[in-house]
Design a protein around this ligand. Structure first.
Ligand code: NAD
Length: 259
C-alpha cells in the first residue's frame, strides 16, 4: 500500500512545537516532504532533524506568519527544494489571557494579527502558488473549541478562532473554482508547550484555577489530547481521502463541544 502523502509537499506553520510538530511528523511518516515553517528557527531545525532521523523528508524555514514576504519566502523554499506545493497548514497561533474587562487594544491586536491575519496571508499565498502551478491544493487551518464557544479570559483568542472558522468558509467558497479545498479542525485541550505559558499567564491574572487541569476535567473521553490525537484528522484533511470536503471545521476535542 502506498503511503498517503507520497511525493506531496506540505508547509506546516508553527511546525516546530506541539500540534504542528505532531502533524509534521505524521505527514512525513506518510511520505510527505515537510517544511517546518516557524518563527523559532532553532526549534524548526530540531524538529526537521527529528523527522529526518525517523526516515522522513523535512527542512526548516524561519517564517513569521504575519509578514507576507516571509510567508512567500517559505513557500518558495518549499517549491525550490521539492518542486511544488500540495498542502499548506495554517497552524501557528498563540494566546495571552486577560480578564474580559482588562483586555487592551495591544492584546487584541497581537492575537488577531497572528491568529487571523496570519491565516489569511498563508491562505492567499498558498492559493496563489497552487494557481501558478495549475494544480489542485489543500489548505488546513487550526481553529479551536474557543472558536465555537467564548471563554471569559480568552476573549480575543476566542474571537480569533471564530474568525479562523469564518476565513475557512470564505476561502472555501473563493477557491473552489481552482480545485483548492480549505478546511479546519478545532482541538479542545491539547498537552503542548502552549499550556505551560498559558497556565503561568492565568496564574498571574489570578485565574490559576482555570488552566489546563480544570479545562481538562469535563472532557467526555476522560483526558486531554496529545498531539498524536490530532495528527490523524490533520492527515485526513491533507490527503486525497478528504477531496470531497471543503469549508468544514472538524472537532477533535474528546467531546467538549457537542453541536
Ligand atoms: P505551541 O506553542 O506548542 O506551538 C506554536 C508554534 O507556533 C511555536 O513553535 C511558535 O514558535 C510558532 N509561532 C508562534 N507565532 C508564530 C508566527 N508569528 N509565525 C510563525 N510561527 C509562529 O502551540 P500548540 O498548542 O501546538 O498550538 C498550535 C495551534 O493550535 C495554535 O493555533 C493554537 O491556537 C491551536 N490550539 C491549541 C490548543 C491546545 O490546547 N494546545 C487547543 C486548540 C487550538
Amino acid at each position: 500500500m502506498e503511503a498517503r502523502m507520497a511525493g506531496r509537499t506540505v508547509v506546516v506553520t508553527g511546525g516546530a512545537s506541539g500540534i504542528g510538530a505532531g502533524i509534521a511528523m505524521s505527514l512525513a511518516h506518510e511520505g510527505a516532504n515537510v517544511v517546518i515553517a516557524d518563527l523559532n528557527l532553532d526549534a524548526a531545525n530540531a524538529q526537521a532533524e527529528l523527522i529526518r532521523k525517523a526516515g522522513g523528508q523535512a527542512i526548516p524555514a524561519r517564517v513569521d506568519v504575519v509578514n507576507r514576504d516571509s510567508v512567500t519566502a517559505g513557500i518558495a523554499l518549499a517549491v525550490d527544494t521539492y518542486g511544488k506545493l500540495d498542502c499548506y497548514f495554517n497552524n501557528a497561533g498563540f494566546n495571552k489571557p486577560m480578564k474580559f474587562l482588562d483586555v487592551t487594544e495591544e492584546n487584541f491586536d497581537a492575537i488577531m494579527k497572528v491568529n487571523v491575519w496570519g491565516v489569511l496571508v498563508g491562505t492567499q499565498e498558498a492559493a496563489k502558488q497552487f494557481i501558478r502551478q495549475g494544480t489542485p491544493g489543500k489548505i488546513v487551518n487550526t481553529a479551536s473549541i474557543a472558536g465555537r464557544t467564548g471563554f471569559p479570559s480568552f476573549a480575543p483568542y476566542s474571537a480569533s478562532k471564530a474568525s479562523v472558522i469564518s476565513l475557512t468558509q470564505a476561502a472555501a467558497r473563493a477557491l473552489a473554482e481552482y480545485k483548492i479545498t480549505v478546511n479546519a479542525f478545532s482541538p479542545g485541550v491539547v498537552s503542548t508547550p502552549l499550556w505551560k505559558t498559558l497556565d503561568k499567564d492565568l496564574a498571574e491574572i489570578g485565574e490559576g484555577d482555570k488552566g489546563f487541569d480544570s479545562m481538562s476535567a469535563g472532557i467526555l473521553l476522560g483526558r486531554p489530547a496529545e498531539p498524536e490525537d490530532i495528527a490523524p484528522t490533520a492527515l485526513f484533511l491533507a490527503s486525497s481521502d478528504s477531496d470531497y470536503i471543503t469549508g468544514q471545521t472538524m472537532a477533535i476535542d474528546g467531546g467538549m463541544i457537542l453541536v
